[in-house]
Design a protein around this ligand. Structure first.
Ligand code: NG6
Ligand code: CA
Length: 513
């Protein structure tokens, strides 16, 4: 063989191994915490809690220092993650537990795209994107939910752990309902003879409310909304984490035929698991074995419970021989809050801990800690271990990026807001998203472009009094240089009027699309 031929052969081999890698379809697990701050994850070294299992994802892979949800509350962020669209296009705000499905079944979604790419898709945990067409009958299988927007399997709570109904649904059907004790739900008025937190404070044996949350009581904890019946189906908060973990591992196991040896895993159908944790959202009632474990009260304990569950899930993947062929993405739906409506000593036990890290604000806020969240990605052999990224990466971009990874085109123009930043997600590019609109409580929006944050003028309270969180509202324009002032202490809008004007114009352009 001539030198040239040898060279050509080597080139051909390199190209074929490259294209094999390029068409690889790893399992994809998105672990999505609820109200977890950057400072709550010890890999970020900004707070006092220790989260060794979540940190392991960073050790195995990549830690984003500029990772973003699209919103400072739950429903809008989840909507964007799954649809690749900004939440304000759909007027997405925090939904009640009996709201209709927010995602149009005709819309493109992340699980639909992955399903077309050959994945089996599942969601376990918090949903909070509505079910049915409205007027849901909880005693029948609900025909419109996660299974109709791309998930082959779903095991969910409808909304949040502080909202009724307090039941689990598997593939649209409430689990554990007895025919002679039907379940009814209302967000308008109470049912006859049903105790509430307001009228029957003696029944709040596990937790009392501090703000809102004074309707129906389940498991000694008052909730938002009224429910009656379905007694056997009502959850016990302490068991929720173990149950979701069990359902998540069962979903993984269903993919792994027992006769298949780990060496042959690549021949097994890949899966996408959306493991949607309920921690540390209120009410924070972890299993007894975590009670008191953090020294920071129930909020810290719930985070340690979540950290443990994450560790178990990762261990399980390894035991099934799936560690190398699984891309794990860990993030949170919005920033942190201490008192979010229950008397759980979140302020008094917090001590020196800083869930919001070095950023300003928190959950609900237009300031940076509203949507600036922990974001980690690991894929051994592909993502470099112990790496860090300063690039802006939004959960909005997961749809387009994972569509590039699986070489599965997205089907229509609906996903126009999602950008392909696959190489940034895999730590191979120093070029992230340039600009991002973030949404706060009530649908207010702010605009991030590179290191700058622009907040338009909003009238209203500067602080949520009970939560003690700054809203970011000001009758002035605000402009912050996040590179030099990550804590957003100096408003530069007056100092740089041209920059402010340019940021405002760019923001208005996106909002007009
Ligand atoms: C708020 C609730 C809060 C939480 C939030 C939704 C009150 C006083 N506060 O309205 O407890 O449930 O909604 O959180 O009721 S989220 O993370 O799902 O967006
Ligand atoms: Ca949340």
């Amino acid at each position: 063989m001539t030198k040239v031929n040898i060279w050509l052969l080597a080139l051909a081999l390199a190209v074929s191994s490259y294209s094999q890698a390029a068409t690889q379809k790893p399992n994809i697990v998105i672990i999505y915490a609820d109200d977890l701050g950057v400072g709550d994850v010890s890999a970020y070294q900004m707070g006092k809690l220790q989260t060794p299992n979540i940190d392991d994802i960073a050790k195995q892979g990549l830690k984003f220092n500029q990772g973003y949800a699209t919103a400072a509350t739950c429903t809008p962020s989840r909507y964007s993650l799954l649809t690749g669209q900004y939440p304000w296009r759909k007027n997405a705000k925090i939904l009640p537990g009996d709201a209709p499905l927010l995602i149009d079944p005709a819309q493109e979604t992340l699980p639909k795209m992955l399903k077309r790419a050959g994945y089996r898709t599942g969601i376990v945990g918090k949903w909070h994107l509505g079910l049915g067409h409205g007027q849901v009958d909880w005693n029948q299988t609900i025909a419109l939910g996660p299974n109709q927007v791309g998930f082959d399997y779903s095991y969910i709570m409808a909304a949040t752990n502080d909202r009724v109904p307090n039941v689990y649904l598997e593939n649209g059907a409430v689990i554990g309902l007895e025919p002679d004790d039907p379940l009814y739900v209302s967000y308008q008025k109470n049912f006859a003879n049903q105790p509430t937190g307001l009228d029957n404070p003696e029944l709040m044996t596990k937790m009392k409310f501090s703000n809102g949350h004074f309707h129906s009581i389940n498991n000694g904890i008052p909730r938002i909304g009224y429910q009656t019946g379905g007694k056997k189906a009502q959850w016990r908060d302490e068991d929720m984490s173990d149950l979701f973990l069990a359902k998540a591992t069962e979903f993984i196991d269903a993919q792994v035929a027992p006769t298949v040896t780990p060496k042959k895993q690549e021949q097994v159908q890949p899966f996408f698991l959306f493991y949607s944790l309920h921690q540390p959202h209120v009410p924070r009632v972890p299993h007894q074995r975590f009670a008191g474990s953090s020294g920071l009260g129930p909020r810290g304990d719930a985070i340690l419970e979540a950290d443990w569950a994450v560790g178990q899930l990762i261990k399980h993947l390894a035991q099934q021989g799936l560690a190398r062929n699984t891309l794990i993405i860990f993030s949170s739906d919005n920033g942190p809050v201490l008192d979010d409506g229950y008397q759980d000593r979140a302020f008094s036990k917090n001590g020196e801990h800083t869930p919001w890290g070095i950023y300003r604000g928190g959950k609900y806020s237009l300031f940076d800690a509203g949507a600036h969240v922990p974001l980690l990605a690991s894929w051994p052999g592909t993502i470099e271990a112990n790496s860090e990224s300063e690039q802006l990466f939004s959960q909005l971009d997961l749809l387009a990026s994972l569509s590039a990874l699986t070489q599965q085109p997205v089907s229509n123009n609906d996903t126009l807001d999602s950008e392909n930043h696959l190489s940034t997600l895999l730590g191979k590019s120093a070029k992230g998203r340039k600009a991002l609109v973030v949404q706060a409580l009530g649908g207010r929006t702010a605009y991030r472009e590179q290191n700058w944050l622009f907040i338009p003028a909003y009238w209203g309270d500067e602080k949520l009094a009970k939560e003690d969180i700054e809203t970011g509202a000001c009758s002035c324009y605000q402009l912050y240089d996040l590179a030099n002032d990550p804590g957003q202490q100096t408003n530069l809008a007056d100092k740089y009027p041209e920059k402010t004007k340019a940021m405002k114009a760019a923001y208005m352009r996106i909002m007009a699309t």
